[in-house]
Ligand binder design. Structure first.
Ligand SMILES: [Zn+2]
Length: 256
């Protein structure tokens, strides 16, 4: 069995300098390929370094709305042309934290990066928090034609259906295993197998039965197991189709 972590931050401080050890721990849980997600200058550079050093790691490069003020488009455009980059992300809208940039500035940055993804023929990895309606509108107005992944989808059924109708892939994190998140399980049950991905978002959102510990990429196995349980499928089935979907959306078969 092979499991693909579609959104992880092995480039973040808790893991930095210990890549080989965390990759071994992941491999022991059958998690053998990953998309490493950037969000600002430092994490984008680290994602590129990891993807350069390890063939099973792929870089996703972009500016998270939290870092809108530091956006460097010349640097982003230069990085997007490197062969180890498989997508633009994580980009989107985050209205949860009052200290984040104003919605208008976030929307402008989001739209700009969607246009760059279209220009460079790359899929996108989307972060959205307390902002479904605006995320939907910006996506519709700047729809990139090379794949859209909604990362750690935590929404109700009506929003799931809207994003599926647009053509999005839906990626589930450890939240799908949380006792207090039944609507995420409803979303997982209602996502077609050919559009479903699994991710850790490590070091955040640790799945059961490890909740309370620091998350790590290997724990994608427990996310996939939680998805399998609520869909009445086997872990092997979920591992197989999410692996294929990740290869398809990140176009890894074309690159190898
Ligand atoms: Zn993330």
């Amino acid at each position: 069995m092979k499991i693909f972590d579609a959104h992880t931050h092995l480039n973040d401080d808790p893991f930095w300098g210990q890549t080989a050890s965390y990759l071994q721990r992941a491999q022991d849980l059958d998690v053998v390929e990953m998309a490493i997600i950037g969000s600002n200058q430092q994490f984008n550079e680290r994602a590129l370094t990891l993807a350069h050093d390890y063939p099973q790691l792929h870089a996703v490069i972009g500016w998270h709305p939290e870092f809108a003020a530091e956006y460097d488009e010349d640097l982003l455009v230069q990085q997007l042309q490197q062969p180890q980059v498989v997508a633009v992300g994580e980009i989107g809208l985050d209205y949860h934290w009052p200290q984040n940039p104003q919605p208008a500035q976030q929307q402008q940055l989001f739209a700009r990066q969607l246009d760059l993804a279209e220009q460079y023929q790359l899929p996108v990895n989307i972060h959205t928090r307390d902002a479904f309606a605006d995320t939907y509108e910006v996506l519709r107005a700047h729809w990139p034609h090379f794949g859209v992944i909604m990362h750690s989808f935590n929404g109700p059924l009506d929003w799931l259906e809207k994003f599926l109708a647009l053509g999005c892939y839906i990626s589930f994190s450890g939240v799908v295993s949380f006792k207090n998140a039944p609507e995420v399980r409803v979303a997982a049950q209602n996502t077609p197998a050919e559009r479903l991905l699994v991710e850790t978002d490590a070091p955040y959102l640790t799945p059961e039965p490890h909740r309370g510990e620091q998350n790590e990429p290997g724990f994608t196995r427990f996310v996939a197991a939680a998805v399998a349980k609520c869909r009445q499928e086997t872990l092997e089935q979920v591992a197989n189709y999410t692996w294929q979907n990740a290869h398809e959306v990140y176009r890894l078969n074309e690159k190898n």
